[in-house]
Design a protein around this ligand. Structure first.
Ligand code: SF4
Length: 894
């Protein structure tokens, strides 16, 4: 049920909205009393998830507090930030943008926006930049995840069009995950895949240099060399041509470029042996893939960050699409190349022109399109050409060519490659405006003006998911403090800059304008047409049900595209696009012999500003790590679970080493989430090279030459405290994990450890030292409550687990038994649960192992005994793997 305003009384209502995290776009049914107390469940009526949610979606209620929120506009002074009124802040933004544009021209300002924005927000800021200021220097962080797929779609299909639907993924008999760890990054989609596999035979292949959770769940894993994807897919195209796998009718009637593609493929030895050798896999495995693809009509190939985030991202997407076009595996039930978006509204942003190289409503910078958009907007100008893409935009800020930037709903200091360069760029910039929901992000700290934006659960608008379904995000509580919707902030700045055309009263009016623009002078030229959604009343907009585009006026919402060919090119034919396999843009060297890949973990979202607020999401993988192959570890003198320093040409980081065969020899992998406020020495993106794909501008997050050395720590410790801004002295490596009632700081260093007094204070402290074992402990209690704890030992293995101690911070008064136990850090006789596996139910590894040892043979059986995996199911692949490992060990021992 939608609503117009937050209920005044504490009456619980169920409001249907959409999850703010990944591009699956799950529907959420939130029970709310309007007072920020939420009970969240999957919306059974939403077509994306049918009632399911993953661990991140399930924990949305825990992230809905006001902790850490920016609630007032703030302006930076010499001695820090001061609160300001909206009038003062908006006047300052408008006047400074106006002055800089007047003096230096439109391209001296820029906007860096986000897939977290709603379509209405995106539309408003794009209109301000391109139609009124007259610059296309507006780019989105979707550049970092989707731009290569967008460019591949435009080249192959004539427009940024995703052919398939989730129904196709379920109907497929062969599923290929190409650089897509769906089990962790799109968990609900993966649950749907698993459920489909229970209903009918489905063979799954994973193409990934890492043995990801998805790879472990597949029937075949092609653990290819980094950046050999194009070689693999080109080899498949050649195999289809030589083995009768070309759909001759489809290619003749609906494509162009066959001869050029064939000629390009013939430039290289495409024998399975040569391709397998170049990809670093067994010929038999390669042929198993090729023959499955050759013989399975219902084939869906999913591609995501592992494919897109590359200096060859467009070529990777095109080579995969070529295989589908050649074999006619597109436009039919269960057949599609399928790009899965990372962010909740990456697709919506692409629709309204959030990318610097697109105008709005899927129009480009040709004269006809510019005229069309300008006339529709009745705007004073239109950006004459494409603007700077993300990496180039920050280079221009660094060089001074761009003098003012407005960052919206994103944290580029953490998420862009060569992140320390980005910090320098913002430091040099004359005006940095940041509108966001969180007061303390790495980027917020660089702002001159901070603007408090509405968060998920307060915003009102629409998002589009990976399968082109537009859904509503609805407010669940009133706007807190002085926060405003992003589109309103933009409109108010635009009006102050003297522009008409921003007089919308509510989000529905912004959406209506956007929908009308998609239909304006369209006549079927552009497939993106929302004419059937134009003209909605406010009530109709409020009650909008999930709707897939295209939806033309007088028609009905579309399903899969290209059922009869009919691509969005001038002649209606898809383009077979020859691409050549190339090596990495930055090859490894003697000095930097390892290839650094970066990725994501299961329970965190982007830069942790929101997911870290849910304690249970911090416990699956609580600290930044580097995965390294055992042979590389041996060569580099790296020990499992000790600290390792990772160094690249761009920066360095100190990370917990995980020695594992889940990465190839020669590769290492680092997750991207941690920020300065969680782990200042554990940030991934200062390490990443800023190479980009020449067409899409998408950065190469998957291949940076690196070296690894032992950090050589001589002591380890932890501090548990209520303060989330504890400072540590120089040389102390620290990382912070929020728990429900405290913060847990892991610390380590070389030489003499810090005095415990400096960590938790001396007054009222109780100490217990063990000189023989080198362990020092200090506990602080006030009025019977635990307020601070510090433990230091020469080895991490001598430290107790943190969970029990951290939970004691929630006790009103410690029991006598617990008072005695806190000094040793655990209750005698109570066993630690080990690493958390099931975030929803709080079940640790040891409990699950015990259930398996007691005879549980399936994830369902483990769930029956322990409850693990019975809510969102995100941990089920991990449980299955534990069962498989247990069986293998039993067999080996037998
Ligand atoms: Fe949200 Fe998880 Fe669904 Fe993605 S899969 S939309 S993170 S609930």
């Amino acid at each position: 049920m939608a609503r117009d305003a937050a209920p005044a009384e504490a009456v619980t209502t169920t409001i249907r909205t959409t999850c703010p995290y990944c591009g699956v776009g799950c529907g959420v049914a939130a029970d709310t009393n309007g007072n920020r107390e939420l009970k969240v469940a999957g919306d059974p009526a939403h077509p994306a998830n049918g009632g399911r949610l993953c661990s991140k979606g399930t924990a949305l209620g825990a992230t809905f507090g006001l902790q850490g929120r920016l609630l007032h506009p703030r302006i930076r002074e010499a001695d820090g930030f001061r609160d300001a009124s909206w009038d003062e802040a908006l006047d300052a933004v408008a006047q400074k943008f106006r002055a800089i544009v007047d003096q230096h021209g439109p391209d001296s300002v820029a906007f860096y926006v986000s897939g977290q924005l709603l379509t209405e927000d995106y539309y408003a800021v794009n209109k301000l930049a391109k139609g009124y200021i007259g610059t296309a220097n507006i780019d989105t962080n979707s550049r970092l995840c989707m731009a290569s797929a967008v460019a591949a779609h435009k080249k192959a299909f004539g427009a940024d069009l995703v052919p398939g639907t989730y129904e196709d993924i379920e109907a497929a008999e062969l599923l290929v995950f190409s650089g897509h760890n769906a089990a962790w990054t799109h968990p609900v989609l993966f649950r749907r895949v698993e459920a489909a596999g229970d209903r009918h035979p489905q063979f799954r292949i994973c193409i990934d240099p890492r043995r990801t959770e998805t790879a472990k769940s597949c029937d075949l894993h092609l653990m290819i060399k980094p950046q050999s994807d194009v070689r693999l897919w080109n080899g498949l195209c050649a195999y289809l041509i030589t083995h009768g796998g070309v759909d001759r009718d489809f290619v003749r009637d609906h494509t162009e470029g066959y001869a050029e593609l064939k000629a390009t493929l013939e430039q290289q030895d495409q024998s399975p042996e040569a391709v397998a050798r170049d990809c670093g896999i067994a010929t038999g495995d390669l042929l198993a893939f090729y023959n499955r693809f050759l013989t399975t009509a219902r084939t869906v190939s999913l591609f995501s960050m592992g494919s897109n985030q590359s200096a060859q991202g467009v070529a990777k997407g095109l080579s995969l699409i070529n295989a589908h076009l050649l074999s006619g595996k597109i436009g039919k039930l269960g057949s599609a190349p399928f790009s899965i978006t990372g962010q909740p509204n990456a697709m919506g942003g692409r629709e309204v022109g959030g990318l610097a190289n697109m105008l709005a409503a899927h129009m480009d910078f040709d004269e006809v399109s510019k005229s069309c958009v300008k006339r529709f907007w009745n705007s004073p100008t239109i950006a004459p050409k494409a603007g700077l893409k993300a990496v180039d935009m920050f280079r221009a800020i660094h060089s001074g060519a761009i003098k003012a930037v407005w960052v919206m709903a994103t944290n580029p200091l953490v998420s862009l490659p060569d992140a320390d360069f980005v910090a320098q760029a913002l430091k040099r910039c004359e005006l940095v405006v940041v509108s966001d929901v969180i007061a303390r992000t790495d980027t917020m700290a660089m702002a001159h003006i901070q603007l408090p934006a509405a968060a998920w659960g307060e915003k009102d608008g629409t998002v589009t998911n990976s399968e082109r379904v537009i859904s509503r995000q609805r407010p669940l509580a009133p706007l807190p403090g002085q926060t405003k919707a992003d589109w309103r902030i933009v409109a108010e700045v635009a009006r102050r800059m003297g522009y008409a055309g921003f007089e919308w009263q509510h989000a529905g009016e912004v959406f209506d304008e956007y929908a009308r623009l998609t239909a304006f002078e369209n006549d079927g030229y552009r497939f993106l047409d929302l004419g059937g959604m134009a003209g909605m009343t406010k009530a109709e907009y409020d009650n909008l049900v999930p709707t897939r585009w295209p939806f033309r006026k007088g028609g009905k919402p579309a399903g899969r595209l290209f059922a009869d060919g009919g691509f969005n090119t001038p002649n209606g034919r898809a383009r077979l696009s020859p691409v050549l396999a190339q090596g990495p843009a930055s090859p490894t060297t003697d000095a930097f012999p390892l290839a650094l890949n970066s990725g994501r973990i299961r329970d965190q979202w982007h830069t942790m500003t929101r997911t870290a607020l849910a304690p249970e999401l911090n416990r699956h993988i609580p600290e930044p790590l580097v995965e390294i192959h055992p042979r590389d570890a041996e060569r580099c003198f790296i020990t499992d679970q000790r600290l390792a320093r990772v160094v690249t040409f761009y920066g360095d980081a100190v990370l917990r080493a995980k020695v594992t065969e889940d990465v190839r020899e020669g590769d290492i992998c680092v997750p991207m989430h941690w920020t300065k406020s969680f782990a200042p020495f554990g940030r991934a993106n200062p390490l990443i090279n800023p190479e980009v794909d020449p067409t899409s501008g998408q950065p190469e997050f998957k291949h940076t030459p690196a070296m690894v050395t032992p950090f050589g720590e001589t002591w380890h410790g932890f501090v548990i405290h209520g303060d989330d801004e504890l400072a540590f002295g120089p040389g102390v490596i620290w990382r912070r994990t929020p728990f429900a009632h405290c913060q847990v700081y892991e610390i380590a260093g070389r030489g003499q450890p810090p005095a415990l007094d400096t960590l938790v204070g001396a007054k009222g402290a109780i100490s217990l030292d063990d000189p023989a074992g080198g362990i020092r402990r200090r506990v602080l209690m006030e009025d019977g409550r635990l307020t601070a704890v510090a433990f230091i030992a020469p080895s991490a293995k001598r430290l107790p687990a943190r969970d029990w101690l951290a939970e004691r911070f929630g006790d009103e008064a410690l029991s006598p038994e617990d008072r005695a136990a806190v000094l040793i850090g655990r209750l005698p006789g109570v066993e630690d649960q080990g690493p958390l596996v099931c975030a929803c139910r709080g079940i640790g590894q040891r409990k699950i192992e015990a259930a398996i040892a007691a005879g549980c043979q399936s994830a369902d059986a483990v769930g029956d005994v322990t409850s693990a995996g019975t809510q969102c199911g995100s941990c089920r692949p991990e449980i299955v793997r534990m069962i498989v490992r247990h069986k293998a060990k039993e067999a080996a021992d037998a």
